[in-house]
Each structure stands twice: as C-alpha cells, then as structure tokens.
Write a protein that binds this ligand. Structure first.
Ligand SMILES: [Zn+2]
Length: 326
C-alpha cells in the first residue's frame, strides 16, 4: 500500500471507500529533525486506521510531523489536526484557510443554498445534499493555532528537499501545487490529475473559477517536471496532461454554449441535465443526488466563464437565472 517513489518520499494510498476518486495519495517526506505529510484523507475511522498504520510502518513519529495541505477539500484536509504533531504546523494557503473558516461557520452553506436554488435546483434536493454529502460529514470541524498560511512563492524545507508553493486558484480558490525545482518533482494536488478530470465548480467571491483554473494550467505548464505526484490515482506526462485538460474544457464550453443557443432561457439545472456526464444513470432524473450537485457546479463554472467571455448572458426571471446566447 505504501511505496517509496523518490529518495525519502513515500506515497501512502488512503482508501476513499464508496467515492469515485477511490483513493487519496498522501505523501510522506522524511526529513532530518522534521518530517512532512502532504494531505491526509477524510475524517473517518477507515482513513485514520490506514494512514496512521502506514505511518507507523515507516517509523514516523508524530512529534516530528508537520502537515501540508494542497487545498481545503475534506478528502485532503479531513484529518490534518489528528496527524500533525502537537507542537508542529499545518500549512495551507491563506485563501483556503479563510474559505475553510467560512465553511465551518456555515457562510458557505448559505451562499450555496441561495445560488443553487437560483440556478433552478429544487430546494428540497439542495437541502438533501447538505445532509448526505460525505465531504460535509467527514471534514474537520475547527481550525487550531497550528494552521499556518502559505502564499505564492513561499518555501518549505524538509530534509534534502525544498518545496516551492505555487498558487493555482481554480479547483479551490486557494489550491496550491508544490515544486521541488532541483529534482523536477511536482506535487500537483487536484490541479492536475491524470486519469480523472479535476472538478471545477463555483465559489463565493469568485466570478469565473474556470477562467482562473485555465489560466493557472497555462501558468504552470512550462515547469520542467519529471515526476508529477497527483492527489489521486496515477501519475503521467505532466505537460501532455495539461494540454488534454485545457482541450477538455474547451469542448465542454462549446457543448454548454450549444445547449444555451439551442434552448434559450434554460436554467442552469436544465443545462446541466443536457450535458454529457460519465456516470451510470439512465437520465438526469435518476442521476444520484450528490452527483447532480457536482454536475451542476461544474456546469455553472462553464456558464460563468461564457458570461465572462461575452458569449452568453443571464437574466433573473421569477427568482431563477435564465441563460441566453449573445
Ligand atoms: Zn479536491
């Protein structure tokens, strides 16, 4: 389950049972007097047992252990406070730290409830997702004083390695990737995944998260990367994958625009239902509820981008946003 992928860098596969992502890649870097664990898994017993069991096998002492989070999502951050040493640090970007705080205070939920309802998702369904979405149930509940904010260009030293923080807003508002320049190793978080497409959704105070994501794919494309270490599943060709992901979103933008042009006045929820999804369901009606939530978020990030580029516009009609091609 655990493999050494470079000198003193280990990949620990943390199972995400029942989740289409299957596994979280947690990376353990052995240092001299401090070790570093990158991402942790959901806050549940199974993730905890596997992660702490594998760390024990590696001879890792919690008192020496700092934790680094690539982004706020619960499958990455869920156990951060449980696996970091009491006197150590938990690093996360400044921005994701404040979004986590908003999330914990319920501000995010109020914003999402309002936006998803205005995009035509039935209100009962929105409330149902809040109560069943596992990433809400298996998240950290509060931030303690070990949380340390990182900004673009900051460095973390661990043993023979120096990790450079690169800010990549998109997948989350404060998503970061980490580069070991002299070894050409990149921890890509969920910014670049290889056999699944990172989910791009909508966020409060972000007008065009897909636009930011696409810009930040280009921004990091020219780094020389021999070994890409993603947040989930397998590695692959870094630059080639960035091009594929950019192409994928160009196709999805064209698809969303075609739907809006063919059915002017549709709401986001109906447009999402007409887009193609890689999911086993006969129709939008039988689509699993939580997956409908993710699909709508993904669809809206594309609609927001088309508004930004001036290709479509939206109008509120009886409290629901309706989309029109320009
Ligand atoms: Zn994520």
């Amino acid at each position: 389950m655990t493999e050494e992928i470079a000198h003193n860098i280990y990949r620990i596969g943390v199972p995400l049972t029942g989740n289409p992502l299957k596994e979280l890649n947690s990376y353990f870097i052995r240092g001299k007097d401090r070790d570093l664990l990158i991402d942790t898994g959901f806050r549940n017993q199974e993730c905890f047992d596997v992660l702490t069991g594998e760390l024990k096998k590696l001879g890792s002492d919690i008192a020496r252990r700092n934790v680094l989070l690539t982004h706020m999502h619960a499958d990455h951050s869920g156990m951060a406070d449980l696996v970091a040493g009491e006197e150590r640090k938990i690093y996360i970007s400044e921005k994701d730290r404040s979004y986590m705080q908003n999330f914990m205070r319920g501000q995010m939920r109020r914003w999402q409830e309002d936006r998803y309802t205005k995009e035509g998702m039935p209100h009962e369904l929105v409330l149902d997702v809040f109560n069943t979405n596992p990433s809400r149930q298996q998240a950290m509940k509060s931030l303690d004083s070990r949380f340390t904010a990182l900004n673009d260009g900051d460095h973390i030293e661990v043993g023979e390695y120096r990790l450079e923080a690169i800010y990549t807003e998109g997948h989350t508002p404060g998503s970061m990737i980490f580069y070991i320049r002299d070894k050409q190793i990149m921890f890509t978080g969920d910014h670049v995944l290889f056999d699944i497409t990172p989910n791009i959704t909508i966020w409060p105070y972000v007008d065009d998260s897909l636009g930011s994501y696409l810009e930040n794919l280009q921004r990091v494309r020219n780094f020389d990367v021999k070994l890409a270490l993603p947040g989930h599943r397998k590695t692959g060709d870094y630059r080639g994958r960035i091009d594929t992901l950019s192409g994928h979103h160009a196709e999805r933008l064209a698809e969303a625009l075609a739907i809006v042009s063919a059915d002017p006045g549709s709401c986001g929820y109906d447009i999402a239902g007409r887009m193609k999804w890689k999911i086993r369901a006969d129709s939008w009606e039988t689509f699993p509820k939580v997956q409908k939530w993710f699909a709508l978020g993904e669809c809206l990030s594309h609609l927001d981008h088309l508004i930004r580029t001036g290709e479509i516009k939206k109008k509120a009609e009886n409290g629901i946003w309706r989309y029109y091609a320009v």
